[in-house]
Design a protein around this ligand. Structure first.
Ligand code: ADP
Length: 422
């Protein structure tokens, strides 16, 4: 066995039969042959294996052999490694184009099994089929023109594909919104009938809902329907945010009043779980321009999380300050905290921290999880108001309870007029 027969060779070829034949013929002669079926994989394998010789087909599904060669020649390690085109494409000018692109040789398929290993050894020993300078120049220019033409058509293809994807994405969002709306209709019916049932029981029992099994069922139904409505609303909001179709009904918003209303909803759960809610003086916060209903949802989600991720007996602080033309609303808790490397991720859709096995669907129980949409919705709403939202927390530790602090920064005035909701 000669020294060159121990060489590593990469062969880039999309035709399986040709790949197997070359691999067998060269393998039998002691070469270590690695194969790839397309240009991108080929370049990756070449970079990994650092072969002494590269064989490449010209017509490949993604990049062609000439493009692969030009790319490899631009990489420091492969500027001098022999690259040989191996192709059935023997039309006029093909050989010259391959050589101008940087190939050292041009062999035709089907290979001659008897002479092929010797031809490969020649290239390994330095055989280089150079073109005359004028011929090289002419074909190099042609090669460059081909590259630009290919680039143009690829850019066009990508733009079209991107457009199609955007349309599909919109269709998907529209579909989700439509289905969610359709689901709300029967829910409204169930909720209405449950209410009627409760009213009826009240009337019969003289003003109070009796403690009967039917009353218990009605209460369960009411709670189930309310939870389902929340989930549906979350899905609608997040899909509107994702598709950029979250319209805002801009008007004056009094944060102090908004928070007052909001904390009413949390009073009971805080009492049940012995959580203390400290609310700062929000009267000094100026009236801002925004969509009050949506800002309330954003705030509700952050406050809801503070409650969910703080163990019983803990504290939640809600304060606000006015800085220049912005207001900074802060929700701080004495809960389990969030690791710094998760701070960015928790605002993504469907992102939940920790094992979902322990998630309960409760909105208020300690560590009662949701769909992982609450923060994505809050972020979408805040950003639609040209604001910013972020979290500060040292770590996550259910024992030492480092706590988390969420900031919601909102501009007092909206510079760009927003479309009103419909
Ligand atoms: P979910 O509705 O499941 O709580 P969110 O989008 O509201 O989803 O929150 C994403 C994740 O961020 C949660 O799974 C939770 O682990 C973490 N997280 C959010 N707020 C807090 C907080 N105040 N303290 C600790 N972890 C939090």
């Amino acid at each position: 066995m000669t020294e060159t027969t121990k060489a590593t060779i990469v062969y880039i070829e999309d035709d399986t039969a040709s790949r197997m034949l070359v691999q067998r013929v060269l393998g039998n002669k002691g070469f270590e042959v690695h194969v790839a079926s397309n240009g991108l994989d080929g370049i990756a394998i070449v970079r990994e294996k650092r072969p002494q010789l590269i064989l490449t087909d010209i017509n490949l599904p993604d990049m062609d052999g000439r493009e692969i060669t030009t790319r490899l020649r631009s990489l420091p390690h492969f500027s001098n490694v022999p690259i040989v085109a191996l192709t059935a494409n023997i039309g006029p000018g093909n050989r010259e184009l391959a050589l101008a692109a940087g190939c050292n040789g041009f062999l035709t398929k089907p290979i001659d099994v008897a002479s092929f290993p010797k031809q490969v050894e020649d290239y390994l020993k330095g055989r280089d089929e150079k073109l005359k300078p004028a011929e090289h120049q002419e074909h190099l220019q042609k090669h460059a023109q081909n590259l630009v033409a290919r680039l143009e058509s690829k850019v066009r293809e990508l733009e079209e594909a991107n457009q199609r994807l955007r349309e599909l994405d919109k269709m998907k969002s529209d579909f989700i919104v439509l289905v969610s709306h359709e689901m709300r209709t029967p829910l409204t019916l169930i909720s209405g009938y449950t209410h009627l049932l409760e009213e009826n029981m009240k009337q019969q029992a003289g003003g109070q809902i009796p403690a009967t099994a039917v009353a218990g069922i009605a209460e369960g139904l009411t709670q189930g329907v309310a939870r389902m409505r929340e989930v549906i609303n979350e899905i609608i909001s997040v899909s509107r945010i994702a598709s950029g179709t979250l319209d805002l009904a801009i008007g004056p918003v009094q944060i102090g009043i908004l928070v007052e209303n909001l904390i009413e909803d949390f009073k009971q759960v805080c009492q049940e779980r012995n959580l203390t809610l400290h609310v700062g003086d929000l009267k000094k916060i100026p009236i801002i321009e925004g969509d009050g209903a949506r800002i309330k949802i954003a705030f509700e989600n952050i406050l809801g999380n503070a409650v969910k991720y703080t163990p019983d007996g803990g504290h939640v602080y809600l304060v606000g300050r006015h800085i220049g033309d912005t207001i900074d609303l802060i929700v701080k808790d004495t809960g389990i905290g969030i690791p710094p490397d998760e701070h960015r991720h928790i605002f993504k859709q469907f992102y939940v921290l920790g094992s979902i096995e322990h998630h309960s669907t409760s909105k208020s129980a300690f560590q009662g999880g949701g769909l992982g949409l609450g923060l994505a919705i809050a972020k979408g709403i805040v950003e639609a108001h040209n604001g910013r939202i972020w979290v500060e927390s040292e770590k996550r530790d259910p024992k030492t309870l480092p706590g988390s602090t969420f900031h919601i920064l909102l501009p007092v005035k909206q510079s760009v007029p927003q479309a009103s909701d419909n």
